[in-house]
Structure formats: structure tokens, C-alpha cells
Design a protein around this ligand. Structure first.
Ligand SMILES: [Cu+2]
Length: 456
């Protein structure tokens, strides 16, 4: 097995007894001290197709960070780049502001030739991740456009471990460029600015058919821990002849696990889903969108003893809907409501679109001022035609309304708000310090779509 895919697919030994409480061999890889080095590296993502990018420890994704919930973890990040500073954000973790890795909150950028130590208690349990959090603007050699991302898995204190095999998979597109992309279905205005377009894509840094197959056996329960690590694009993925039982969204167990044909992930989102391997064959696990799959967004799932070319079949039509994983709505008082309207200022032909929150762009956006211990509702009103994956740092929020449908119990740190739709989230201000609130699209956050939650 080659270097990249060995790091990418952490496979537990087969058929770990559930009741026996035997810990998975992967648990042996738990450590409390990690070292990440930001390096300029080359990576072969498809046969003979090599890209140059920045990565952690020369692997894509970066090394898996795996710790037990509540444990102290130390991560030394060394910058070996020439003339480029950067910073690492621990996405979905409830960390102190000093360890969050966001320049806008006052955290230091890591200068070339230096090492910065992040140390914090790992919480909450679940599938988290880490990634660069610099401003890229028009520079595709920065931040989320590069290979600077990896999984950060925090094991719960009592891991049910109801699976035979675990596969961490990060979705990603490569080779971005600015293009004029007029979506005729959206109609006017035709003054839309430049959009980001890609040439290639991968699961775990390898294009479909190039990486090692995900090897399974009939009867296995495979737990996929999926991450959309893309800078700007959402993705729907499917595995023909198989269904996904969704256990967690953004690492947090869902109130109502549901079995679906297609998974949808906006940038920054994670899904933990179990698949019962009961359809022997060689299958394409990949993007439902043909163009994205053809670019390489996928991996082969191969049953032991199966032969032949990998088979793709389009899944039945489906619509992603967060509410099916949630409980019915409950009426709860909040201590404050922040109505936020998101809009786009089209950049015009050849220009860059700008984004506004209540009519203002970062750094002029109004802060959301909260008091410790109180509960707040944020009303997200997306007036633009684009989907926005809205992310709040250092806190977990409850999605209480999505596209007009009220709900409760669904805890997330990113919520995808479709074009011209609304959503509502509620959170308890339980982690004092400044917290960044922004759209997770790299180009959107770079061009205005950010503000801060501040405590009084
Ligand atoms: Cu956005």
C-alpha cells in the first residue's frame, strides 16, 4: 500500500465483537502529542497527473489526529514555507479562543521558519477536522485551496463501536481557476463575477480508480466518516446498490438516524454513516454529478473475491433534507435574536463578487454581542441565489428551522442554507471569547462574508 492511502484509510480489523467491548485497533493509534509541518509538496492525484500544493507532513489528507474526549492534546505546527504565513483551525472543537486558530479572533499567524504550539482539551466527541484558515482572496496557493486539511477524530468516552471497519474519506477538488460562470437557470442578473472552477477531484487525494480500493467483505458494517474538505463546492455522493444509515452530522449523533440513498455535504460538513455490505461486486462510490465523478471524485469499493470493472449506477432521485434526522420542534425561549440577511454584490464581468451580512462586508459587519450562559437564535436569511454553508467557531448550534421547516435536536457546526431560503439556529453562549461566524466557502469568506460573536 502506498504512503498516501495508508494514512487515508484507517481500517480496523474485521468483525470486532460488539458486546465484548474490545477496543478497535485504531484506538491504539491514539496519541496526545502531534506534530504537523506545513510544506510545499507534490502529489500524484491521478496516473501521471501531479499537482503542487501545500500539505501537512506531505500527505493528503494530513495525518489523522485521534484522541479521547476530555484528554489534553498538544499539536506543534511548523511552517516550512517560504514567505507564506498560515494558521490551523480546529473545526468543530470547543476550544479556548487562544487555541482556535483564527486570525480574526486575535490568534497569531504562524510565520515561516517557526513552530506554534496549540494545546487544549479535546471536546466534544465526534468527527472533527482541521484546516488552514488564512485569507486566500485571488491566490489559489493559499488556505483551503491547498492540501492543508485532515481529520480530527475525538473518541467518545463510551464508544459503541458498532461497525467492522472504519474509513475516513475527505472529498476534494483540485486545480482551481477563476472563470466566468453564468448559470442560466438562475436568470438575471447577468452581472455575476468570477466563480471558482476545478480541473480534478479526489477522495483522500486520489482520483477515482487511482487510489487503493476500499476492500470489504459481504456482511460487514462499514462506518464511513466523510468530510467535504472542498474550498467552495458542495457534493452529493452515492454507492450503487447500497444505502447509508446516517448516525451523525458534523460529528454529533443525530436524534433520528435515517437510511438514505444519497449523502449531501456542503463545504466543512461531515457525515458518519454505516453501510451494510450486502451487494457483492466492484462498485464506484462517488459523486452523483457525472462531471464531478469524471474529474475523479470517488473511490472503488471492492468486495473480497469480486472481479471486473467498477460499476456506477445513478441513484434514485432524492432531496437532501436535514429535518428527517431531527425531532419535532419544541418551543423554547431565547435571550436574544439576531436576524441576519445575506446578499451578494455581483462583481460584474471579470470582477469578484462581494458578500454582505445585513448590508455590510467584513471587516465592517456588525458583531453579534452575547452574554455568557444565555441562549440566542440566529435567523439566516439568504437573499442570494447561492448556497452558503454557515459556520460558527468554538460553539455547537442546534438547527431549529431549515427552509421553513421547524425542528429540534439536530446539533451542528455548519448549516447549508440554500439559495433564497432561510434557516434558524440556536446556541448557548458557553465558550467566552471572540468567535468567528462565517460562510465556509473560501471565496465568500474572503470577500466579506464574516462577522464575530463577541461576549460582553
Ligand atoms: Cu457563502
Amino acid at each position: 500500500m502506498d504512503r498516501l492511502s495508508r494514512g487515508a484509510f484507517l481500517t480496523a480489523a474485521a468483525a470486532v465483537p460488539i458486546a465484548a467491548g474490545v477496543s478497535l485497533p485504531a484506538a491504539a493509534q491514539r496519541r496526545s502529542h502531534y506534530a504537523l509541518t506545513m510544506n510545499l509538496t507534490t502529489s500524484e492525484i491521478a496516473p501521471g497527473h501531479t499537482i503542487e500544493t501545500i500539505a501537512y507532513n506531505d500527505t493528503i489528507p494530513g495525518p489523522l489526529i485521534r484522541v479521547r474526549e476530555g484528554e489534553q492534546v498538544t499539536i506543534d505546527v511548523t511552517n516550512k514555507l517560504c514567505g507564506i504565513d498560515d494558521i490551523v483551525h480546529w473545526h468543530g472543537l470547543q476550544v479556548p479562543v487562544s487555541a482556535d486558530g483564527a486570525m480574526e479572533e486575535g490568534d497569531p499567524m504562524i510565520e515561516p521558519g517557526t513552530t506554534y504550539r496549540y494545546t487544549f482539551v479535546a471536546k466534544p466527541a465526534g468527527t472533527r477536522w482541521y484546516h488552514a484558515h488564512a485569507i486566500a482572496k485571488t491566490d489559489f496557493n493559499r488556505s483551503l485551496y491547498t492540501g492543508q486539511f485532515g481529520f480530527f477524530y475525538i473518541e467518545p468516552k463510551n464508544d459503541p463501536g458498532r461497525y467492522d471497519k472504519e474509513a475516513f474519506i475527505a472529498l476534494r477538488q483540485w486545480e482551481p481557476s477563476w472563470v466566468i460562470l453564468q448559470d442560466l437557470r438562475r436568470g438575471p442578473p447577468a452581472d455575476n463575477g468570477l466563480e471558482v472552477n476545478y480541473m480534478s477531484a479526489s477522495f483522500n487525494g486520489r482520483a477515482l480508480g487511482f487510489g487503493d480500493p476500499i476492500r470489504v467483505r459481504q456482511g460487514q458494517r462499514v462506518l464511513f466518516r466523510l468530510l467535504n474538505a472542498d474550498a467552495t463546492m458542495d457534493a452529493s455522493i452515492a454507492l450503487p446498490a447500497h444505502r447509508f444509515t446516517v448516525l451523525a452530522l458534523d460529528g454529533n449523533p443525530v436524534p433520528v438516524p435515517q437510511t438514505v440513498d444519497v449523502l449531501y455535504l456542503a463545504p466543512g460538513e461531515r457525515i458518519d454513516a454505516v453501510v451494510e455490505m450486502n451487494a457483492p461486486g466492484v462498485w464506484v462510490f462517488g459523486a452523483t454529478q457525472n462531471a464531478m465523478r469524471t474529474m475523479g471524485m470517488g473511490a472503488v469499493v471492492e468486495y473480497a473475491g469480486a472481479r471486473g470493472d467498477p460499476v456506477w449506477q445513478a441513484p434514485p432521485p432524492s432531496q437532501w433534507d436535514y429535518t428527517i434526522f431531527a425531532r419535532p420542534p419544541v418551543t423554547r425561549d431565547v435571550d436574544g435574536i439576531f436576524p441576519l440577511t445575506f446578499d451578494k454584490i455581483p462583481g460584474g464581468r471579470g470582477g469578484y463578487n462581494r458578500w454582505t451580512i445585513n448590508g455590510k462586508s467584513w471587516p465592517d459587519t456588525d458583531h453579534l454581542v452575547v452574554q455568557r450562559g444565555k441562549r440566542y437564535r440566529i435567523v439566516l436569511n439568504n437573499q442570494s441565489g447561492d448556497m452558503h454553508p454557515i459556520h460558527l467557531h468554538r460553539h455547537t448550534f442546534e438547527v431549529t428551522n431549515w427552509t421553513g421547516k421547524a425542528m429540534s435536536g439536530l446539533m451542528k457546526d455548519v448549516v447549508a442554507v440554500p439559495g433564497r431560503k432561510t434557516a434558524e439556529i440556536e446556541f448557548v453562549a458557553d465558550n467566552p471569547g471572540t468567535s468567528l461566524f462565517h460562510c465556509h466557502m473560501q471565496d465568500h469568506q474572503d470577500f466579506g462574508f464574516m462577522t464575530l460573536v463577541t461576549y460582553t
